[in-house]
Design a protein around this ligand. Structure first.
Ligand code: ASP
Ligand code: MG
Length: 323
């Protein structure tokens, strides 16, 4: 039984049409001979909406236990709907809360750490030929309380389940096709990256672009779980995140406002003085005043003004990722 984990982000579950499309994607994998386990986020903005409701009903110093009980319901809605959509397509499926899926955590509400995964129930469902659809972002404390795993925590659910079931693959299906050489909304020529290392994804998050929950990436890195970040709209390959990543040199760029300045970084492996000189040359060639704030083999950062940040980003992209 080749188990694969397919995690869907909230925007990929935003309406009934998208939920049916996610279910169809899971079914396709089953037809290819895999035993899929779906892990789901709450639909679109529902977690934020629930937080607003909590503030309206309970003021701004609420019980974190109740906040977790409330927020966990968002993922439960997705799980039940995806299970219904799978059943409608004729596939046996069962939704599971984090607790039912055996995700045991400590008792730190809103940022619980996963202590262990008891995968008996998941294995039993798979053996019975059912597709488990697990509500992400949640677990159960030693006292039986519902806990949540921090914002973006469905990512962590996916990787801990992948490890517990020794899954052959762990996919993240979202509304983006993968990681890009730069933010495509700012740099139109940005390209999808085929492979990147955990370390680079962690640097990227520190330098302004969190592509997946940091805790989840660190967990995946610690246990060498390859991640495939890809689209929920089609089956084109996305970006693989592994220990070795892709080629050495510059991998991608990131931009981040910090105080009164904008930081623009090149992230890569084996960056050296030649890369740094190339960055400074690119800045000079577009007339941007920039100084070096950080330089290591994994990242090099230039600081400039807010007004010039995007100009610098585009110039660096031209210098490092010209086709
Ligand atoms: N729904 C939660 C959040 O928005 C968890 C997740 O999406 O992974 O943070
Ligand atoms: Mg969400």
């Amino acid at each position: 039984m080749k188990i694969i984990i397919i995690k869907f982000g909230g925007s990929s579950l935003a309406d009934p049409g998208r939920i049916r499309r996610a279910a169809a994607m899971v079914l396709r994998e089953r037809k290819r001979g895999f035993s899929p386990v779906a892990v789901v986020s709450a639909p679109a903005d529902s977690t934020d909406d629930l937080l607003k409701l909590a503030a309206l009903a309970g003021g701004n110093n609420p019980s974190l236990r109740e906040i977790d009980a409330l927020l966990a319901s968002g993922e439960q809605i997705s799980a039940a709907l995806v299970a219904l959509a799978l059943a409608y397509e004729g596939a046996a499926a069962i939704s599971l809360t984090g607790s039912q899926a055996g995700i045991r955590t400590d008792a730190v509400f809103s940022a619980a750490a996963v202590l262990s995964v008891d995968a008996h129930r998941l294995r039993r469902e798979l053996k019975a030929g059912r597709v488990p659809v697990v509500a992400g972002f949640q677990g159960v404390s030693p006292r039986g309380e519902i806990t949540t795993l921090g914002r973006g925590g469905s990512d962590l659910s996916a990787v801990v389940i992948a490890r517990a079931l020794k899954a052959a693959r762990c996919e993240f299906r979202t509304d983006v096709k993968g990681i890009y050489t730069a933010h495509p909304a700012i740099v139109p020529g940005a390209r999808k990256i085929k492979a990147i290392s955990y370390e680079e994804v962690i640097r990227l998050a520190e330098l302004g672009t969190e592509v997946r929950q940091l805790r989840a990436v660190k967990y995946a890195a610690g246990h060498r779980i390859p991640l495939h970040l890809r689209s929920s709209f089609h089956d084109e390959p996305g970006t693989m995140v592994t220990a070795s990543g892709g080629r050495r040199g510059a991998t991608c760029l990131s931009i981040k406002k910090e105080g009164g300045c904008t930081l623009v970084s090149v992230i890569g492996r084996g960056l050296n003085k030649t890369h740094l000189a190339g960055m400074l040359r690119a800045a000079a060639s577009c007339g941007v005043k920039a100084d070096v704030t950080d330089f290591s083999s994994g990242a090099a950062t230039l600081r400039t003004s807010h007004a010039e940040g995007e100009v610098l980003l585009k110039a660096l992209h031209g210098a490092f990722f010209r086709r």
